[in-house]
Design a protein around this ligand. Structure first.
Ligand code: EPS
Length: 382
């Protein structure tokens, strides 16, 4: 059995962007409509730039399927770029503060910023969304749901209850993929105002994973810890500057008795009659899932491409100049909520398969059911 992994390739204005997913068990149905829905959700949201009106992201899967089901071989997910202008686009001479431009110039000892920005562009997240959507479909087979929503835009909070029965309906009705309709008018005004001033805005996204069985991940080595893997995956999304799990930074300010989650009995618990009185840990203890919802929050900085052109230097003339601007988003926090769902789903699926893995879905199901039976047996007196 191969470890579940993915790679992406492609430039922002090249022919296409793609992901290759390896390690999926055979016999698993791929719902293209769901993947395309996630791709469309990633393109939406107030503050998105003109590029999103050019592209109509949809995936083709030319490998790894037979009759719409996986056969254990690598899955290629290809998204066509409508804007394929890479060969015609100019090389920007003034690097953008906050983007990969200048660090990339140092890396390659070359002033070809175009060659750097094409791959560093957040357009790559379309391919990650496709790969992660496959992982979401896999997790759905085991009742595991990954739910991302926008919590904050430009410093204005829009709290909501992701565990409410109607949370999916509220979020799916929201232009921002958010849970607080009252905050949205304020967010929209702020985005319009910032866009008018040639400025950009960041925000905060929360991701909740429900029904992850306890014991996923491992404490043996740092690279296997589920919290470490999730944080690394989330931090690897362009523009993400911070990750919190559960109470996050707030846990540093409280006493132990106000941080840790009491273990209680609950006949309704799916995991052997044991439950937690609170979920301040955010569903992860000792680098493993603990059976509670996994709760993650990420902070996104404002997009670094600003119409007003931040202070920079023209690398040809050596003169100070405003940073290059072609087009960009004012705010893409809504898109981030979808990308984040995808990267989280991929890590959870990968860790799930490490524990319950098999070459076919039948094997995976057997492993999962057999472990569940052992848990029932272990706690039969509770
Ligand atoms: C993006 C496509 C890009 C940008 C944005 C994300 O398209 P273009 O550069 O042609 O306008 O809109 O890229 C960035 C935010 C970035 O930092 O590079 C997309 O499809 O998500």
């Amino acid at each position: 059995m191969t470890e579940l992994t993915y790679r992406t390739a492609g430039e922002s204005h090249g022919r296409e962007i793609l992901a290759i997913v390896e390690g999926l068990p055979s016999g698993f149905a791929i719902d293209l409509e769901f993947i395309n829905l996630q791709l469309a959700r990633r393109q939406r949201g107030p503050g998105r730039g003109k590029r999103q009106f050019i592209e109509n992201d949809a995936v083709t899967i030319p490998t790894g399927l037979l009759g719409g089901r996986t056969i254990g071989s690598p899955l290629a997910l290809i998204i066509d770029n409508k804007d394929k202008s890479i060969e015609q686009l100019p090389n920007p001479e003034v690097p953008r503060p906050g983007h990969a431009d200048l660090a990339g110039v140092y890396k390659y000892a070359s002033k070809n910023i175009r060659a750097v920005l094409e791959r560093a562009s957040a357009r790559e997240t379309a391919a990650r969304t496709a790969a992660g959507s496959v992982a979401m479909l896999f997790l759905q087979q085991f009742g595991i749901e990954v739910f991302g929503y926008v919590l904050e835009v430009g410093g204005i909070r829009g709290e909501g209850d992701p565990n409410a029965k109607n949370s999916a309906a509220i979020r799916n009705n929201s232009e921002f993929h958010a849970l607080n309709p009252a905050a949205e008018a304020e967010w929209k005004d702020l985005i319009e105002k910032s866009g008018g001033e040639g400025d950009t805005l960041g925000g905060i996204v929360e991701i909740v994973v429900r029904n992850t069985p306890p014991g996923i991940g491992h404490y043996n080595s740092g690279s296997e810890r589920l919290d470490g893997r999730l944080a690394a995956a989330l931090m690897s999304i362009p523009a993400v500057k911070g990750v919190e799990i559960g109470l996050g930074f707030e846990s540093a300010r409280r006493k132990g008795s106000e941080v840790h989650d009491a273990i209680i009995t609950n006949t309704e618990s799916a995991w052997g009659g044991l439950d937690r009185a609170t979920n301040r840990a955010g569903g992860i203890e000792g680098g493993m899932s603990n059976g509670q919802p996994i709760v993650l929050r990420i902070a996104m900085k404002p997009i670094p491409t600003l119409k007003r052109g931040l202070r920079s230097v023209n690398l040809e003339s050596g003169e100070e100049a405003g940073a290059t601007y072609q087009r960009s988003d004012v705010c893409s926090v809504t898109a981030l909520s979808v990308v984040a769902e995808s990267v989280v789903a991929f890590e959870i699926a990968s860790a799930f398969l490490k524990k319950f893995g098999g070459d076919s879905m039948a094997e995976v199901r057997r492993a999962f059911e057999s472990w569940k039976a052992s848990i029932g047996e272990l706690f039969r007196k509770i």
